[in-house]
Design a protein around this ligand. Structure first.
Ligand SMILES: NC(=O)c1ccc[n+]([C@@H]2O[C@H](COP(=O)([O-])OP(=O)(O)OC[C@H]3O[C@@H](n4cnc5c(N)ncnc54)[C@H](O)[C@@H]3O)[C@@H](O)[C@H]2O)c1
Length: 372
């Protein structure tokens, strides 16, 4: 039985693919659009390998409105979108901001226009803890609650905040317009999911993060050091006001993050809240040095690193207060940081070419046995 149909933009990317998997496992029909800018179509096969169900996939750019229209025309049962497609490298966003606004903001405008034409009324948006900027500029805002004033410190964060405003204004307008015609308009809803630091891979070892270029996040970089693709990790700043001088982040297992999307989507479809923001994080902060230690433990040896100057736009502490998602969505991070490190290491060690190689046969066999 299918419980609903969802379009997932950026669904072959890291978080999108895990969310597509969670949706299929919860009996949603999933249609993915992605232009493969930072991902591989092979992950559609991996999703099928794990879940036994295959998402529909279109190679499609979200700035191509007619192409989006065609997808909605072909799948008129879609009533919701989970929107991941974006450029996401903070440093690069400072070099080519116009491109970031084109893909992230204009791409979302194209998506919302096409959704409206096809009466697709729920959107779950991939926002980021980056929208808060430096929350330590206010007293008592660590761990960060959703009411913390926004203040991104880089162009990437600015695009995320802009899209949050765009969705908020769009949903409010659609509701108002509906009211003018005597309808409730309550079918128009948006979830702004502010992720903290996604980490880890699928425990089966056949699905994980496989970025096309240089990874930006700490754990994939450490994983590259561990397999010898990179000589050492650069630690950007050891003069922060933390217990060991390195920056603090809240690392959340990718399986928990994917589950958060499923629960937020269900919440929109059942409770019609309008637009609502939820933090998806664990509530526990870890420093860069603590992460190096945790991942080195999973690998079984110390990994080399070097201290480098702070990176522009980085902040001291991004740790979530996840109470709102815990209470309203019934969502809680279940997997530990140690599991994230072990799962990431299993994926990296056994799939050094990511999706450009076949997964180890023993892992595939294990999945088959598990399904019997
Ligand atoms: N990974 C993180 O640390 C993190 C943290 C907070 C928020 N986010 C947000 O979550 C979302 C997903 O991030 P991710 O880590 O999975 O990144 P990702 O790069 O793996 O996924 C993004 C996907 O979007 C696709 N894409 C890019 N431009 C496109 C376009 N014009 N048309 C169609 N598809 C396009 C890429 O090919 C990729 O598959 C992004 O919006 C990102 O900003 C990520």
């Amino acid at each position: 039985m299918v419980v609903g149909s969802v379009l997932v933009t950026g669904g072959t990317g890291y978080i999108g693919s895990f969310t597509a998997l969670a949706l299929l496992e919860a009996d949603y029909k999933v249609v993915i659009v992605d232009n493969l800018y930072n991902s591989s179509e092979e992950c559609v096969n991996r999703i099928e390998l794990i879940s036994g169900k295959r998402p529909v996939y279109y190679r499609c750019d979200i700035t191509d409105e007619p192409a989006l229209d065609k997808v909605f025309d072909e799948h008129q049962d879609i009533d919701s979108v989970i929107h991941f497609a974006a450029l996401k490298a903070v440093g690069e966003s400072g070099e080519i901001p116009v491109e970031y606004y084109r893909v992230n903001v204009y791409g979302t405008i194209c998506l919302l226009r096409s959704m409206s034409r096809h009466n697709v009324t729920n959107i779950v948006f991939s926002s980021s803890a980056t929208v808060y900027g430096d929350a330590t500029r206010f007293p008592d805002m660590i761990p960060i609650p959703e009411h913390c004033p926004l203040g991104p410190t880089n162009p990437y964060g600015n695009t995320k905040m802009t899209v949050e405003l765009l969705i908020t204004d769009h949903v409010a307008a659609q509701r108002n317009n509906a009211k003018k015609t005597g309808k409730s308009g309550e079918e128009w809803n948006g979830a702004l999911l502010r992720y903290f630091n996604p980490a880890g891979s699928h425990p089966s070892g056949v699905m994980g993060e496989d970025p096309q270029g240089v990874p930006y996040n700490l754990l994939p970089l450490l994983a590259q050091v561990a397999v010898g693709k990179r000589e050492k990790l650069l630690v950007f700043g050891d003069d922060y006001n933390s217990k060991d001088g390195t920056a603090i982040r809240d690392y959340i297992h990718i399986l928990d993050l994917a589950q958060g999307h499923l629960l937020a989507l269900n919440y929109l479809r059942e409770h019609h809240p309008g637009v609502r923001a939820w933090n998806l994080g664990t509530g526990k902060g870890s420093t860069v040095f603590e992460m190096i230690k945790a991942f080195s433990h999973a690998v079984g040896r110390d990994l080399p690193y070097e201290i480098a100057p702070r990176r522009a736009g980085d902040v001291l502490n991004l740790t979530a207060n996840p109470a709102r998602a815990n209470e309203e969505l019934g969502w809680k991070a279940k997997h530990t940081l140690e599991e994230a490190c072990e799962d990431l290491w299993r994926w990296t060690k056994n799939n050094p070419q990511g999706y450009r190689q076949q997964p180890p046969q023993e892992f595939v066999e294990k999945l088959k046995v598990g399904k019997k």
